[in-house]
Design a protein around this ligand. Structure first.
Ligand SMILES: Nc1ncnc2c1ncn2[C@@H]1O[C@H](COP(=O)(O)OP(=O)(O)OP(=O)(O)O)[C@@H](O)[C@H]1O
Ligand SMILES: [Mg+2]
Length: 456
């Protein structure tokens, strides 16, 4: 068996002269391509029907039976868009020209100039790679902006987004992590009359308290150490567009007053500045915290809360709209298919059932990650429940620590969950034998038993 190697591309050669096939095969194999040869047009059709991963067809124009141009026409009629390079004998340039007019990629004349063959084939594969990359990016960009869900709760959300998009009112998007708050903000902007202006996103949690003011409102030269030049803030950048204040609950009291002013008057003042700047910006804010609670505790200004929350959009957790899980799965299978031309990976009934029963603490983001992972790991074309990473007890075995820190979960909480997962997992791997499970985890049986009682 040939040793595995990186294949630069797979090529099918059609020529009724075996010597031509042999020569081209040798040359292209040296260059890293996988090459097959056939002797007629009908053989090409049969081959392409069974195998879809050829990146190039090189064919002679004169072949017995079906000639090259007929073959080419037939392929295109069947919507097979495999790139084609034609091989012509010296002195048949008029057919070559006709072939080019019909849309073949290039032609090569016999006897071959070997360098030319190499260059033309290499360039073709480079073009193809680029084109498929562009297609995949376009497709992903397109998919990224789609919100999926047919449940009544999602129906309400579409309606609200449609209504608020047409207005300039501030919107507060609430909901647990991974429920699609940022996606909602994107849709509001895209469907609004402000889409000629930019959508500027600020992650308030990522900015230290000392920087957030200058980030949002800008600063004048020399306003503080390090302010070597005047800088426009995010509100100014978002003029005529939308600003998305993600994790708005992280903004601290000292900045609230300035934020209130821009919401009420449309005016900002740069840090260290003297004059006011007028801005026309729609504000969409998001939080996974209970802001009203923060208001009660005195951590968030009440008047600012009501200014931000003119319209509230609450993204429901996934476990409250389980009916949407199958179409979300379809959507992500489509998004993460291994290449744009490939059919989406399918999923088995029992895998879908497990996904529907699971609790999804990380909501749609977690489901998306789970599907992406399963697509990558699945050999073959169908994801079965074995490929899923969900613990039987509805506890995620992969804890996204960064998200949890962001959600302000306490260390004690996360450790408790890890403990629970490990205890159950050990128990399962020991077929319910507590002693053995304790041993696996390096615990005394009594200790194991007590811990198990307390996490139940
Ligand atoms: N209804 C949906 N349809 C399709 N994709 C969705 C949906 N909801 C969320 N997603 C996808 O899930 C991922 C997480 O969504 P998003 O970033 O909007 O969540 P979030 O609520 O802002 O989370 P966090 O609070 O952690 O910031 C994104 O990739 C998003 O495209
Ligand atoms: Mg977010």
């Amino acid at each position: 068996m040939a040793s595995p190697r990186d294949v630069a591309g797979k090529i099918l050669i059609a020529d009724d002269e075996p010597t031509t096939i042999a020569m081209l095969s040798d040359l292209l194999f040296e260059e890293g391509y996988e090459v097959d040869g056939v002797g007629s047009g009908t053989a090409v059709l049969e081959r392409l029907e069974g195998e879809h991963d050829y990146g190039l067809l090189m064919m002679d124009l004169q072949m017995p039976g079906m000639n090259g141009l007929d073959l080419f026409e037939r392929l295109r009629k069947e919507s097979n868009d495999i790139p084609v390079i034609v091989i012509t004998a010296y002195g048949t340039s008029s057919t070559a020209i006709r072939a080019m007019q019909m849309g073949v990629y290039d032609y090569l004349q016999k006897p071959f100039d070997l360098d030319e063959v190499q260059v033309v084939v290499k360039r073709l594969f480079e073009h193809q790679a680029l084109a498929s990359r562009v297609r995949s990016l376009e497709q992903r960009a397109d998919l990224r902006e789609r919100m999926i869900g047919r449940s009544p709760a999602m129906g309400q959300i579409y309606k609200t987004i449609g209504r608020v998009a047409a207005s300039d009112a501030s919107v507060l998007v609430t909901g647990e992590t991974g429920t699609g708050k940022e996606l909602a903000a994107n849709l509001i902007h895209q469907n609004s009359s402000r889409r000629s202006g930019p959508l500027v996103k600020v992650n308030c949690a990522a900015l230290p308290e000392t920087l957030i003011e200058s980030e949002l409102f800008g600063h004048e030269k020399g306003a503080f150490t390090g302010a070597v030049a005047q800088r426009k803030g995010r509100f100014e950048q978002a003029h005529k567009g939308t600003i998305f204040l993600d994790e708005v609950g992280e903004i601290t009291l000292p900045v609230h007053k300035k934020l209130l002013r821009v919401l009420q008057e449309g005016e900002i003042e740069r840090v260290g500045g003297t004059g006011i700047v007028k801005v026309d910006v729609r504000v969409v804010a998001a939080t996974n915290r209970d802001l009203l609670d923060e208001v009660k505790q005195g951590n968030f200004r009440e008047d600012l809360y009501y200014r931000l929350n003119v319209i509230n959009i609450h993204m429901p957790p996934l476990r409250e709209r389980r009916g949407d899980i199958p179409i979300l799965v379809e959507h992500f299978l489509d998004k993460y298919r291994y290449k744009p031309s490939a059919p989406p990976t399918r999923i088995s009934e029992d895998a879908i059932e497990r996904l529907e029963q699971y609790d999804w603490p990380g909501n749609v983001r977690q489901l998306e990650n789970e599907i992406e992972r399963a697509v990558v790991l699945t050999q073959g074309n169908v994801i079965t429940s074995h490929a899923l990473n969900l613990s039987q007890h509805g506890i995620p075995t992969q804890v996204d620590l960064a998200t949890r820190v962001r959600n302000r979960e306490t260390l004690a909480n996360v450790l408790a969950e890890v403990e629970r997962v490990m205890l159950y997992e050990a128990l399962q791997q020991s077929d319910g034998d507590e002693k053995e499970a304790a041993h696996r985890l390096g615990l005394e049986p009594e200790d194991f038993h007590q811990r198990l009682q307390s996490v139940k």
